[in-house]
Write a protein that binds this ligand. Structure first.
Ligand code: PHE
Length: 516
């Protein structure tokens, strides 16, 4: 049996290749590009970092992106269904990714909500003289690390808004919801962020920041940790190993050039990342000059960069309100298009398994996600939960499942030739032995190194000095929980109508071999 037009209609589909590419870029370009890349590059060799970064992109990032595409596009299902069609026993990998995505969605939404609030705070610089005190005190009302039940209205309201928007988008479906959102918002993001970068590079002191970012430290190239950082950044940034790209690719027309699309998405994402590096460091240069300190005293990443350093900078810079609205607005847009992509992984999996309507599945997944997210993050302990879960799930969730799936697909199933043949049919870039070697050997080795390195560090020093019960429960706990969830979900039987032998068109002789 092949997938029919009816099936396409039931599952949903992107209306064109352009919409798919924009949605994939929307997923890839996220907080990681804006607040993670600039600092990772700066810390790991500056200008010289671009070499490991490019190598990581070409040898592991793009090849793995194409693997995700091949699995989803050929097997035309959500992550669990596609993996089940690849081989019955690999279904679990898909559910593992679904678990990861559910967790990420819960805290990613909170960051978007904060950015939404800060877009408005920017107008009158509500944080006053002390942005850090304001963030933890007035805004988040964070107490000591621990768990609390006190509700913070200032977070609750924007977070509720984010979830309502997400539920509406998800209910509208692949074409009208996710597709349209990216079609409209990605151009807005490019314009807003482009304007921000232009403003930033014309600030006094911008050159100082760019110097700090791009001065190459060639010696770093001999440090393994620098290469590890490059591979880690590429994987997170391209949204690979989350099941997102499998899911999105399953909504693309069979005759589409997937390898060509992959190149566009990969380079667009890295292009955006570089642009973010320029914008952020130009702004940091201004800040350092204004305060008469060195750039490394103001340079940081993540929450600290967005919600502490940028507010200070906005207060100081001419036309600061404009910078603030552009910066936080960009975070909201980049974040939202990534958030819908992780939720779609969960929704499509649930739909495939239980044959639910779009609306029912959106509510069944989005409702509980929203409630958990609201409970966890509109209370005063939210920020610590977020920080810990984020750290652990990125390493021992995404990276781990990526390594395992590459090894399983390449070695246990020996499925790479079939997948390559599928992509080569309509693809503009031919995949051959080089691709097999990259996926079967180089990429998993590189990632395994990153993982072990992180693991050793986490064992030796408790992450950010949090109490160990918190790290055990929230950190290691969530990494293990998503695996357990993956195994359990696999026990639920597929509906009788769901064919696990559906793979590619009948014409593809390889279908029969792998579709057991
Ligand atoms: N590529 C995304 C980013 O840079 C990673 C991501 C995707 C994170 C979806 C969360 C959700 O932020």
């Amino acid at each position: 049996m092949t997938t029919t037009g009816d099936e396409t209609q039931r599952r949903g589909a992107f209306t064109s290749r352009k919409v798919f590419i924009l949605a994939a870029i929307g997923s890839a370009v996220g907080l990681g590009n804006i607040w993670r890349f600039p600092y990772v590059a700066y810390e790991n060799g500056g200008g010289a970092f671009l070499i490991p970064y490019l190598i990581a992109l070409l040898t592991a990032g793009l090849p793995f992106l194409l693997l995700d595409y091949a699995i989803g596009h050929r097997h035309r299902g959500s992550a669990p269904l596609s993996f089940a069609r690849l081989h019955r026993r690999t279904e679990m990998l898909g559910w593992w990714q679904v678990g990861i995505c559910f967790l990420i969605a819960i805290y990613y939404a909170a960051v978007i909500a904060w950015a939404l609030r800060y877009t408005i705070f920017s107008v009158d610089q509500s944080w006053g003289e002390d942005p850090e005190g304001f963030l933890f005190g007035d805004f988040l009302q964070a107490g000591d690390p621990g768990v609390s039940t006190e509700v913070v209205l200032g977070v609750l309201v924007p977070l509720l808004l984010v979830w309502v928007a997400v539920l509406v988008i998800m209910s509208l479906g692949v074409e009208k919801g996710v597709g349209r959102l990216s079609l409209y918002l990605i151009p807005v993001l490019v314009i807003a962020f482009g304007a921000l970068v232009l403003r930033a590079v014309t600030l006094d002191g911008a050159a100082l920041g760019l110097d700090a970012l791009f001065s190459p430290h060639w010696a770093s190239l001999t440090e393994p940790s620098v290469w590890a950082a490059a591979f880690g950044q590429i994987f997170f940034s391209l949204s690979i190993g989350f099941g997102i790209m499998i899911t999105y690719a399953s909504y693309v027309d069979r005759r589409s050039d997937m390898t060509g699309s992959g190149l566009v998405v990969g380079f667009a994402n890295s292009g955006f990342e570089l642009l973010a590096g320029i914008g952020v460091f130009a702004a940091l240069g201004f800040m350092a000059q204004a305060q008469g300190v060195a750039v490394d005293e103001v340079a940081t990443q993540g929450l600290g960069l967005a919600f502490v350093v940028f507010p200070a900078l906005i207060s100081e810079a001419p036309a600061g309100a404009l910078i603030g609205v552009l910066f936080f607005g960009s975070l909201v847009i980049a974040g939202l298009t990534s958030l819908v992509s992780v939720i779609e992984v969960v929704i499509s999996a649930v739909r495939d398994k239980f044959e639910l309507s779009r609306l029912t599945a959106s509510l069944a997944v989005g409702g509980p996600a929203a409630i958990i997210s609201l409970v966890l993050f509109s209370t005063t302990s939210g920020v610590y939960v977020l920080d810990i879960v984020d750290h652990f799930i990125n390493q021992y969730g995404i990276l781990l499942v990526a390594v395992v799936s590459m090894l399983v697909v390449a070695w246990a199933l020996r499925a790479l030739p079939g997948l390559a043949a599928h992509l080569n049919r309509f693809g503009s870039l031919r995949l051959d032995r080089t691709w097999f070697a990259l996926i079967g050997l180089l990429a998993p080795l590189a990632l395994a190194y990153v993982l072990v390195d992180a693991f050793v560090t986490d064992l030796q020093t408790p992450y950010e000095g949090y109490p160990s019960w918190m790290l055990n429960v929230l950190g290691w706990g969530s990494a293990v929980a998503v695996i357990a969830f993956g195994a359990l979900a696999t026990l639920v039987p597929w509906r009788q109508e769901t064919s696990l032998t559906v793979a590619d068109d009948d014409a593809d002789p390889l279908t029969k071999e792998t579709g057991r």
